[in-house]
Design a protein around this ligand. Structure first.
Ligand SMILES: [Cu+2]
Length: 399
């Protein structure tokens, strides 16, 4: 029987060892492959980008676990040897208590490190009128959760250490206490209600959808993998869109039966006059994208077939932000924040906030959406079908 057990044990440890060896080989292979790739590349990436592979971190985790298990076994053997010699064994309660204290201190330092090092990577001051309110909400939530985090972690691990098992005292059994139940139900309920109400009113204010005259209407249309921008011309009005009118030249599907569209402008950069309310009309042509301008604390999904809009007022020009961030090359960016395909990461457009005079100068130099080639295309369409509204459109274009 014993022989059988021994054979099983050897078999099991062989299995475990071969699994570990395979993991080590796979891990080493992955790391080596990254190494070779780095060596072959002409522009060698920095060391940091070479290491973060799942296998590498899995190996570290497994190694640490094995290390802890080995230390545990060594202590166990030491403990048993002591007992066999009639000496006092290890006080495991003390060891567990000290481990909890070490975990508390290391964890608190980790939280402090994360807060200071990663916290310093946060966005600069909000560059829009509503941005400050979003930041206030973020800061209030962070401060409240941080206070709760510190208190609960100190209590949890501090109590584990202070009240660790001892022969000198007995545990007190507390089946129920109404006061404790009330305190830990009512306090979080009040705090969460304040946060939710604060969030609700801020959201209502930011997403105010009442129509206002004087907004600068700009269409932003997402498709894989670009943002298209359309500005109104001198009339200040954007022409209608109709997806059925989309062609290679009229890629936004602008409806030229609407006279407002004749002077619309197609731009590459999202240039915004400072302190002027902007209404971004958001469209998508293929999949769901997301308009994301973190510096202005703006984000809204762009959904095909469901036009939406976001109203905001930029308050800090690009030039001012360059001084503020001490970065002469700083640019605001309009990103896509929805993983919309393989080149999603590169779907971004420069946003430039300028003075009103600079904006007027810039807009006067932009090319119209209605190019000569598009005019030609529309004429062709009119020639084919004289009954469609495009014919009247073509007449107007000839004027
Ligand atoms: Cu996208």
């Amino acid at each position: 029987m014993n022989t059988f057990k021994n054979i099983q044990l050897v078999k099991n440890s062989k299995k475990a060892l071969s699994f570990f060896a395979a993991l080590m080989l796979f891990g080493a292979g992955t790391v080596m492959a990254q190494d070779t790739a780095a060596a072959a590349s002409t522009s060698a990436p920095d060391a940091a980008s070479m290491w973060p592979s799942v296998i590498y971190y899995t190996l570290i985790f497994v190694t640490v676990c094995i290390g802890v298990a080995i230390i545990g076994k060594v202590l166990k053997v030491y403990d048993l040897t002591n007992k066999m010699q009639g000496k006092k064994g290890i006080n495991w309660n003390n060891i567990m208590g000290i481990c909890c204290l070490v975990f508390l201190i290391a964890g608190m330092y980790g939280a402090y490190w994360s807060l200071t090092v990663q916290g310093s990577m946060k966005l600069p001051v909000a560059a829009s009128a509503h941005g400050g309110e979003i930041d206030d909400m973020f800061n209030l939530t962070t401060i409240l959760t941080l206070i709760v985090f510190v208190i609960t972690q100190i209590c949890l691990f501090g109590f584990l250490f202070y009240y660790r098992g001892s022969d000198k005292r007995k545990g007190h059994f507390l089946p129920h206490n109404n006061t404790i139940e009330k305190v830990w139900t009512i306090i979080p309920a009040i705090v969460l209600t304040v946060l939710v109400v604060f969030g609700f009113f801020t959201w209502q204010k930011v997403m105010d959808s009442t129509e206002r005259k004087g907004d600068l209407n700009i269409d932003v249309t997402g498709h894989q993998f670009k943002w298209e921008l359309r500005y109104p011309g001198t009339d200040g009005k954007l022409g209608r869109l109709d997806y059925k009118k989309t062609t290679a030249l009229n890629n936004l599907g602008v409806d030229f039966t609407d006279r407002n569209s004749y002077d619309d402008i197609h731009a590459d950069t999202l240039v915004l006059p400072v302190d002027k309310p902007i209404r971004l009309n958001i469209h998508a042509q293929d999949v769901i994208h997301s308009v994301f301008m973190p510096h202005f604390r703006v984000q809204l999904n762009a959904v095909p077939g469901l036009p939406t809009f976001f109203r905001f007022t930029p308050t800090i020009t690009t030039a001012q932000m360059r001084v503020e961030t001490d970065n002469p090359k700083f640019e605001y960016l309009l990103y896509c924040n929805k993983i919309c395909g393989e080149i999603h990461y590169n779907m971004q457009t420069v946003v430039r906030v300028v003075s009103q005079a600079e904006y007027q100068d810039w807009i006067s130099h932009q090319k119209p959406y209605l190019t000569d080639a598009l005019k030609k295309e529309l004429k062709m369409a009119a020639a084919k079908s004289t009954k469609t509204p495009v014919s009247s459109n073509t007449l107007a274009l000839n004027n």
